[in-house]
Design a protein around this ligand. Structure first.
Ligand code: ZN
Ligand code: ZN
Length: 255
């Protein structure tokens, strides 16, 4: 397999990633046990109703987090930025140059970064239990699904770029439960300034309308150079440079 020979983060990175997944698995197992125990103690009605509220809210929160992280990684810092540069800025920037590259990564490689982000949260909440009563049980269910949704975000993103995703992905995409290809396509169209949420994509249209997590790129977005920019930040820099050059070429300010 072509992708298994070259691990993006090298052999040491692969060991770190596998260990992160193993720790996550143990912590999530404990948290799920605590969540289920809490639900059983609540009785049938509350035990069924609580997940019906907690699970959609956890997916919404994961979508928001994915949007904030993606927006920051696309538009701030670079691959040399300490701590986050190599793990976040670099892959997001490379993804814009080669959107299909993500489809060549195996599960661990594609999802280790989000696993590392979710790890502290799931460990802390798992260890703080046991949980009793509606509010604390809600917290356990919410964090369990939030952490899984955060980890699966890059997988959902990857599925949105696959020509032929797994059957389960097609069903979830069709039902609007995870990021659909046509939703995410908007982010890959110049000037790449919007639709940063990549878990479910539920917030994208709303945020675009409200101008939240949106980069203002002035000028003509069909400009040939903008089409070749990788991110909104690059497109914005190109346009602002052009505007400056044009105003300099027109001579002194007539005003
Ligand atoms: Zn992006
Ligand atoms: Zn993408």
């Amino acid at each position: 397999m072509a992708h298994s020979a070259e691990y993006t983060r090298g052999p040491a990175g692969r060991v770190v990633d596998v260990i992160a997944f193993l720790i996550f698995g143990v912590a999530l197992g404990l948290l799920v046990y605590r969540a289920v125990s809490g639900l059983v103690n609540l009785g049938t009605t509350a035990g069924v109703l609580l997940p019906l509220i907690a699970v959609p809210l956890s997916l919404l929160a994961a979508d928001l987090i994915s949007g904030v992280v993606h927006y920051l990684a696309d538009n701030y810092g670079n691959e040399d930025t300490p701590i986050v540069g190599k793990r976040f800025c670099k892959p997001f920037r490379e993804h814009h140059v080669n959107p299909k590259g993500i489809t060549e990564h195996g599960f661990i490689e594609a999802n280790a970064n989000t696993c590392i982000v979710a790890l502290p949260l799931v460990i802390v909440v798992a260890l703080l239990g046991p949980y009793e009563g509606p509010w604390l049980t809600f917290l356990a269910v919410f964090v369990a699904f939030l952490s899984v949704a955060i980890i699966m975000t890059n997988e959902f993103h990857k599925w949105a770029h696959l020509e032929n995703p797994p059957a389960i992905a097609k069903i979830l995409q069709r039902w609007g439960i995870i990021l659909a290809p046509d939703n995410h396509d908007v982010h890959h169209v110049a000037p790449y300034d919007t639709y940063y949420c990549v878990t479910t994509g539920w917030l994208n249209a709303l945020f675009d309308r409200l101008g939240i997590l949106k980069v203002e790129v002035p000028g003509d977005h069909r400009d040939a150079e903008i089409l070749h920019a990788a991110t909104a930040r690059e497109a914005r820099e190109i346009i602002l440079k052009k505007m400056k050059e044009q105003s300099q070429a027109q001579g002194s300010d007539p005003a």
